[in-house]
Design a protein around this ligand. Structure first.
Ligand SMILES: [Ca+2]
Length: 311
């Protein structure tokens, strides 16, 4: 039986690759894709999610529009990384598939109530506004969630949108605080691990050499945001953040981390959105997350390239 997941997303080129990896993997059944404001505003993220479904030939997957602004703050976006559309790098046609009827938060609540308890995993790869809103509106769904595997936060890598905060958590820290405090089985893919999943030149070449349209599209997306990352980090390639979550669900042995306490800073102006991760276990606070620190990057890219070749 494939594992049932809902991807909560703000595409974003790396979101797009995560969605493609999930749709290409028989171990996973994508019940739906819920969109949120983040990398770009909501009207673009739900268009981009549908473009990606059409690219994969999966117009059967329902795509929902969700929250268009964080719980308590003004939206911060990242066009400087992802381009004006959020998916710059490849010109994909405007999607024919319609948005699914209803709000993403209602879909999350109704799906978690309908499916047997403990059988639906949430994969948030954008700001946590939709997930936190669902938890606030319907606390009964919280114990029904099998696991949450999210991309967000940082400890050793500290921050990418401010000196101390990672983008997804920074955009909606109040939402992140609710999710991290919910008591759900939580797996976190911070910058500490995603900055080790770098799209080097040989790895891009492997995507580009795949038959069909998906591999070359992924190569062009990574080429696009690589320009920004190389300038910023001077690294050998762009980090492929969001697909780490899906790869973990398929092949958890590629990753290692620690069960630790992680708290979200919501009060300080200077360190707003910081994931205060007790990596050295000095706080005495109870663990609430598996905080991933390392990945077998060659294994990760081998898995990703193989799966993309199936689309
Ligand atoms: Ca994202």
């Amino acid at each position: 039986m494939p594992r049932k997941i809902i991807i909560d997303t703000d595409p974003g080129q790396d979101d797009a690759v995560a969605i493609l990896l999930a749709l290409a993997s028989p171990e996973l059944e994508v019940l739906g894709i819920t969109c949120v404001a983040g990398n770009v505003p909501l009207p673009l993220t739900h268009i981009n999610a549908r473009k990606v479904c059409e690219l994969a030939g999966r117009v059967d997957v329902p795509v929902y529009a969700g929250c268009d602004a964080p719980l308590a703050r003004k939206l911060v976006t990242a066009e400087h990384v992802h381009g004006k559309t959020g998916l710059d790098g490849v010109d994909l046609p405007a999607p024919d598939m319609p948005l699914a009827d209803g709000h993403a938060v209602d879909f999350l609540i109704e799906t978690l109530r309908r499916e047997p308890a403990g059988t639906v995993t949430l994969v948030p790869i954008g700001p946590l506004t939709n997930i936190a809103t669902a938890m606030q509106r319907a606390p009964d769904i919280i114990p029904r969630i099998q696991q949450i595997v999210l991309m967000g936060g940082a400890y050793f890598e500290v921050g990418n949108i401010t000196p101390t905060a990672e983008f997804n958590i920074y955009v909606d820290p109040e939402a992140a605080k609710i999710v991290f405090a919910a008591g759900v089985d939580l797996v976190v893919m911070p910058l500490d691990v995603t900055h080790k999943a770098l799209v080097t030149a040989p790895r891009v070449a492997a995507f580009r050499a795949l038959p069909g349209t998906v591999g070359p599209a992924v190569a062009s997306w990574t080429d696009f945001f690589e320009r920004f990352d190389k300038e910023k980090y001077g690294s050998s390639g762009a980090p492929l953040h969001d697909p780490c979550t899906i790869a973990y669900l398929i092949a958890p042995d590629l990753f290692t981390g620690r069960h630790i306490n992680v708290e979200i800073e919501t009060g300080s102006e200077l360190t707003l959105g910081m994931t205060v991760a007790d990596w050295w276990r000095v706080s005495g606070r109870a663990a609430n997350a598996l905080f991933i620190g390392d990945v077998d990057a060659d294994g990760f890219f081998a898995l990703l390239t193989d799966r993309l070749s199936r689309l």
